[in-house]
Write a protein that binds this ligand. Structure first.
Ligand code: GDP
Length: 298
């Protein structure tokens, strides 16, 4: 995860170590190198600009010019700015005052939504909740089956259309699931929705229809971190078409660059809430900006 960026930044900092006071020229040169490192990591340009400006401004201030160890100070600044760009504080799930809390998952096909539903189910259960996973992805022939399998692995219940009822209407299924959850005492409903390979109007309309039917407390935009900067355009399309309150980064285990992780919060203004780091249900955790920044800085 983020190997390239870590290596790059490490080289920048190594070059600074042993230097006494830093001149403005030193700071500019360092900022340039950090800029290249971020661009190589596929971070979106506006994010790179904002990041470099913040680092430069602070590096020119008293905390660096009067420091005995300026390299250390620069690392501290970069660390704090990374935490900031990743969202600052950890953003926890918001539960509804009245059960059930409804969490809707939205994202492109293959982004990892169904797997995430299982991971969330398992995690919610470990937190003492009684989740219900809802199969409102009726586009993909195998999606309902796949959700049942992950629900079984997670040891949680699933709500799916009866087999043999034709293709079914995902908006109807989603709406019915809330009633069902109320009756069956499930306190959190996780609604898995259909994705397409690319953004299209029909997909957005369906997701918006499900959103209106279930009125989610949280809408999580699920995005494959390996698509790099494309995550930004996808996120913008989902923000405008459906709207979301949080982001889940998936496949971070395969993301050597980090562009999506470092861009998506800044560009959408919504926090990264969870991270998936593998195919197993246990490869999943709450997203902690500080831990992620420390990881990047090695
Ligand atoms: P959906 O179409 O959005 O429901 O996506 P799926 O949940 O079916 O996931 C698509 C593929 O990505 C599957 O093969 C998953 O096993 C895999 N996958 C999901 N999350 C992760 C992850 O965090 N890391 C890795 N390496 N693979 C993942």
């Amino acid at each position: 995860m983020f190997e390239t960026l870590s290596d790059r930044l490490d080289k920048v900092f190594t070059g600074l170590r042993g230097k006494g006071r830093l001149t403005d020229a030193d700071i500019d040169a360092t900022a340039r190198e950090i800029r290249i490192a971020l661009l190589e990591a596929d971070v979106a340009l506006p994010v790179v600009r904002a990041f470099i400006n913040a680092v430069k401004e602070r590096a020119r201030g008293a905390e660096v010019s009067q420091a005995l160890n300026p390299a250390q100070q620069i690392i501290k600044i970069v660390n704090e700015e990374l935490v900031d760009i990743l969202g600052g504080e950890t953003r926890r799930l918001r539960y509804a005052k009245q059960s059930p809390t409804v969490i809707m998952l939205a994202g492109l096909q293959g982004s990892g939504k169904t797997t995430l539903a299982g991971k969330l189910g398992r995690w919610l259960k470990s937190q003492g909740h009684t989740p219900l996973l809802v199969a409102a992805d009726l586009q993909r022939p195998n999606a309902v089956n796949q959700l049942s399998i992950v629900a079984g692995q997670a040891g949680v219940d699933v709500f799916a259309p009866e087999p043999g009822n034709g293709i079914g209407d995902p908006i109807r299924v989603a709406a019915d699931s809330i009633e069902h959850a109320r009756r069956s005492m499930h306190d959190v409903v996780v609604v898995d929705t259909a994705g397409r390979l690319g953004i299209d109007a029909e997909l957005m309309a369906q997701a918006a229809g499900i959103r209106d039917a279930v009125q989610p407390d949280e809408t999580l935009f699920v995005v494959d971190a390996m698509i790099g900067q494309d995550a930004v355009t996808t996120a913008e399309a989902f923000r405008d078409g459906v709207g979301f309150s949080g982001v889940v980064l998936t496949k971070l285990d395969g993301d050597a660059r980090g562009g999506a992780a470092l861009s998506v919060r800044y560009v959408t203004g919504q926090p990264i809430m969870f991270a998936s780091t593998g195919e197993k249900l246990t490869d999943f955790d709450v997203f902690h900006p500080e831990r992620m920044a420390s990881r990047i800085l090695g």
